[in-house]
Design a protein around this ligand. Sequence first.
Ligand code: NAI
Length: 295
Amino acid sequence: MATAGEIAAVGVIGAGQMGSGIAQLAAAAGCAVLLLDADSAALSRAVASISASLRRLAAKGQLSQAACEDSIKRIRCVSTVQDLRDADLVIEAIVENEDVKKKLFVELDKITKPSAILASNTSSISITRLASATKRPSQVIGMHFFNPPPIMKLIEIIRGADTSDEVFAAVKSFSERLGKTVICSQDYPGFIVNRILMPMINEAFWALYTGVATQEDIDTGMKLGTNHPMGPLQLADFIGLDVCLSVLRVLHNGLGDNKYSPCPLLVQYVDAGRLGKKRGVGVYSYGQKSSSVKP
Ligand code: NAI
């Protein structure tokens, strides 16, 4: 099993909002990064956004020009899971769907080297169940980054029922190598942060749905009234309304309490394809000029 110091090659699967940021962090920390996505257009977008983000850091003097260009060169886009065979650590950041993730973990277990650690960036799905799809449950762990990964300081590490102490220690010190603060959660639905955050986002949707206030007033209320950097509806748009809905369903099913039942307005937005900032429209619209959309 690879120790943190030995993690030299990192596979990142899913080149969307989260995977692209995770790939950037690993490359900037000196790792060779293999970036895989089922959609080649997502890979092209990820490379463009990672390059732009690293060059912005170089322009601000937070990274040398050479380190910036070297980091970009360390990222290689690949097209099959087999291309990850030499990775010491694989971080999965694909769609938040348990069956799809399990299928991927079965494949990863077959093709990666026996010492490789398999991590999931899932927001809410049980690490123990993902691990049980493999023959190496002691080497499966949750590594939950926050959006956007290069900016947000936290990684929530989730230990599955069988995650070994050695794997936990290796992933903790690798996370610190990425410059992050680590918290550790046991494997219960929503872990720590989403267990507390998602009911607040859901309640904000209920307030909007039942006509308590406009989206702007709900967000301004929570920003200025509780000193949050952004309101819950805007945050939901940034996270992705599809991701919020999936997490709420996991909380609802896993904890069996109706207080987690997703608000019908959130469900309707997702059904309509209003997934948030990544699609240009969610609670708010993100065109040339950001403006709100009436529910
Ligand atoms: P996204 O929709 O931006 O990106 C997902 C990417 O995965 C897409 O490019 C898609 O083409 C690719 N993909 C889907 N299935 C695949 C497969 N079988 N093989 C290879 N590629 C595949 O989603 P996002 O927001 O990056 O979320 C990814 C994961 O990270 C989810 O599990 C989500 O719950 C988790 N997460 C999301 C956060 C957020 O704020 N959006 C925060 C923390 C975790």
